[in-house]
Design a protein around this ligand. Structure first.
Ligand code: GDP
Ligand code: MN
Length: 415
């Protein structure tokens, strides 16, 4: 699911008729000061990251003057919130909050619903998970029938919204459902949905996630990669996605797992299938190593696709080893992997003598694959170990071999 930032999501809310605070997104403290000066009133400076709980983490600060806004932005822009580096802040007019509500639309796949559900609560501002169940009101959305305003009124009034606020609140809820549909959302959450002291209903936050399969209908959203991403995709990720997007033969997905390019202990990680990927990452972490990236080549990709993925993995500057984590007896024809890896390692190993490579490859055409690997890699200046089905259930063994080779390699390099 592709996520949008708060400032992006709010623009779509605005387009659907929901009020938002005046403001602008910036990436430097100086610009934050300029926006605050332009707004000419107290502001709130908000970290733009794909994570909730920014308030508690110190990523949201009130500022009465442009100087304070600059200071707050300076502080927030250096922060990391739940592992996400803050690269942008939203500077918005500060709202005079009378009460915070919660509103969210999420698909409910359970057999009793099988439709999007609108959730509403008078207890906004905190995580919906910590709101008592009897304070959360729900209504199932029927796309054919639409979401008539009397349903919205009903929901708001049963949740306890006072009479004078009912109309504004119901209007915001029905606009929210429109935005959910129009943007092909998988989630749309406004928490808090603010009622100001002046009685206006304003979206105080916005979490919007868009269905990956529908992202092509929204070029305006500029979603580089229609997948769940922890941070804005890097150049590496965009190149990796290009492999998947331009070749539909099997899957070949590769993305970064860390932004840290200076620490040791990172392994170029290449799994065959999602389950194998989890086993492989666990095996690495049990021996104190980390996956620099995630990669999966499964569904019987052709050799050229596997080659492109593995080549991309090797482009990472800080890796101390390469692991092919084929923790499965795969029914894809493994010789495509074998051919691809021979070519990649013949390209790469002469550039880095002694580099540790543990290759676990089992399944259909296993014997042939092992032969291709052994013959093709013979005499290369790496620390190459090749394993097959006898080790497919033995992730500790594979992890231990990986770390042993990495230690030898470090010693040899004198690091
Ligand atoms: P989250 O913690 O990442 O969900 O960030 P939110 O955008 O939901 O903000 C967290 C809290 O900061 C809100 O629940 C409000 O209490 C507070 N806050 C955000 N914007 C304003 C504002 O304009 N005025 C005031 N007084 N408080 C705000
Ligand atoms: Mn929030």
């Amino acid at each position: 699911m592709a996520r949008l930032f708060e400032y992006e999501g709010k623009e779509y809310l605005k387009g659907a008729g929901i009020a938002i605070a005046q403001g602008e997104v910036v990436s430097t403290a100086k610009e934050a000061r300029e926006v605050a000066t332009k707004l000419g009133k107290p502001v709130v400076v908000k970290a733009q990251v794909w994570a909730g709980g920014r308030g508690k983490a110190g990523g949201i600060k009130l500022a009465d003057t442009p100087e304070e806004a600059e200071k707050a932005a300076n502080n927030i822009l250096g922060m990391e919130i739940k592992g996400f580096p803050v690269r942008k802040v939203l500077v918005e007019e500060k709202l005079d909050i009378a009460k915070e509500y919660y509103a969210g639309v999420v698909p409910d796949g359970s057999w009793t619903s099988r439709c999007p559900v609108l959730m509403f609560s008078t207890e906004g501002g905190m995580d919906i998970e910590s709101v008592p169940e009897d304070k959360i009101f729900r209504i199932k959305l029927d796309y054919l029938k639409g979401f008539p305003v009397y349903d919205a009124l009903d929901l708001a009034s049963s949740a306890g919204v006072s009479n004078e606020l009912l109309k504004g609140m119901a209007g915001a809820l029905s606009n929210m459902v429109e935005a959910f549909k129009k943007c092909d959302c998988n989630i749309l959450e406004i928490n808090p949905l603010i009622v100001t002291k002046g009685g206006k209903v304003i979206a105080g936050d916005c979490r919007m996630g868009v269905d990956d399969s529908a992202s092509y209908r929204h070029p305006e959203m500029k979603i580089d990669i229609p997948r769940e991403f922890p941070w804005e995709p890097s150049e590496f990720d965009v190149i990796g996605w290009g492999i998947e997007e331009t070749d539909l033969r099997g899957s070949g997905f590769v993305m970064k797992m860390t932004l840290d390019e200076s620490s040791t202990g990172y392994i170029g990680f290449h799994a065959i299938g999602g389950g194998a990927a989890m086993i492989g990452i666990d095996a690495l972490s049990r021996v104190g190593l980390k996956a620099a990236n995630f990669a999966d080549t499964s569904g019987n990709p052709v050799g050229s696709k596997v080659y492109r993925v593995a080549k991309t993995i090797f482009a990472q500057p800080n890796i101390e080893g390469y692991l092919l984590a084929g923790f499965m007896i795969s029914n894809q024809e493994q010789w495509h992997h074998a051919h691809a890896l021979v070519k990649v390692l013949r390209d790469e190993l002469p550039k880095r003598p002694g580099f540790p490579c543990v290759l676990l490859l089992a399944g259909n055409k296993e014997e042939e694959s092992q032969k291709i690997l052994k013959e093709g890699l013979e005499g290369l200046p790496g620390r190459i170990e090749i394993y097959g089905r006898e080790h497919v259930e033995d992730s500790d063994f594979i992890g231990n071999r990986m770390v042993a080779l990495v230690e030898e390699y470090r010693k040899e390099k004198g690091s």
